[in-house]
Design a protein around this ligand. Structure first.
Ligand code: ADP
Ligand code: ADP
Length: 234
């Protein structure tokens, strides 16, 4: 079924800058979508909109609507949306608290009032899913760039979302780390049915992992389809 529905979404920042212009998108459960395009074309703004940061945290003028797992993002608080859609923002450091890996993943669950026994279970499961078993006691400063991103992904997965949206997750990650992050996303997508939406500017990475590419330009979707058809190889 459909897990993300964006209808005629336009967004302007308070300074009047229009970042999204009549964007419509329908994404089904289990898709792996790369969002591409020159900067700036509205990719990060779309990430804010898909995760509910717009309208709850990032202010501006909105037209149109975003529904995730059937919920209109305007009508539900971020904490409620986070159980449906996980978000990884561009700067991984900003998302990590410098706690031990186990606490990093546990804290959002504690904040939601999840019982301790359930937290233990979910933290173990989430670290396992991103290949960070054995890293429980490490802090982010003791992790590589790719490991940090996978820890951020684990902390989002522990909430058991249907969709994960990532904004250039490997922008500051070396090539081996990039591969690990994407192999992790591929496994989550194929084995757990997680819907993946990722802003990625490396064409070769998008072609290899995504099943669908959405190309943006000037705040609009200008192409949408199979990566091999949408993306020029350069
Ligand atoms: P991309 O991710 O494709 O680089 P963005 O979504 O970051 O594009 O930016 C789209 C447009 O919105 C740009 O013109 C950018 O300058 C503007 N923009 C982004 N963030 C803000 C902000 N916080 N305040 C004002 N304008 C912004
Ligand atoms: P450059 O930064 O080299 O001038 P562009 O501004 O054209 O390149 O695009 C920046 C990024 O946007 C590229 O790295 C690519 O990921 C993406 N992009 C833009 N247009 C296309 C396209 N037609 N096919 C694939 N990727 C594209």
């Amino acid at each position: 079924g459909e897990v993300v529905r964006v209808e005629n979404l336009s967004f302007s920042y308070p300074n009047g800058r229009r970042a999204l212009d009549s964007v419509s998108l329908s994404i089904s459960q289990g898709e792996f979508v790369a969002v591409m395009g020159p900067s700036p074309s509205g990719k990060s703004t779309l990430v804010y909109a898909l995760s509910g940061l717009i309208p709850h945290c990032v202010k501006g003028e909105i037209k149109g609507s975003v529904k995730v797992d059937g919920l209109d993002t305007r009508e539900h608080p971020v904490a409620e949306l986070a159980k449906r859609v996980g978000v990884i923002l561009q700067d991984p450091e900003a998302q990590l608290l410098e706690l031990r890996a186990v606490d990093e993943v546990a804290l959002p669950l504690e904040n939601l009032g999840v019982p301790a026994e359930e937290i233990r279970l979910r933290v173990g499961e989430a670290l396992e899913m991103v290949g960070l078993r054995g890293y429980e006691e490490r802090s982010p400063s003791e992790l590589s760039g790719g490991e940090k991103q996978r820890l951020a992904i684990a902390s989002v997965l522990a909430l058991r979302p249907k969709v994960i949206v990532l904004d250039e997750p490997t922008a500051n990650v070396d090539p081996p780390g990039t591969l690990q992050v994407y192999e992790t996303l591929k496994r989550l997508n194929e084995e757990h049915g997680l819907t993946v939406i990722v802003v990625e500017n490396k064409v070769e990475v998008a072609r290899r992992y995504a099943k669908r590419a959405v190309l943006m330009e000037g705040g609009r979707v200008v192409a949408d389809g199979e990566p091999s058809k949408v993306l020029r190889s350069d």
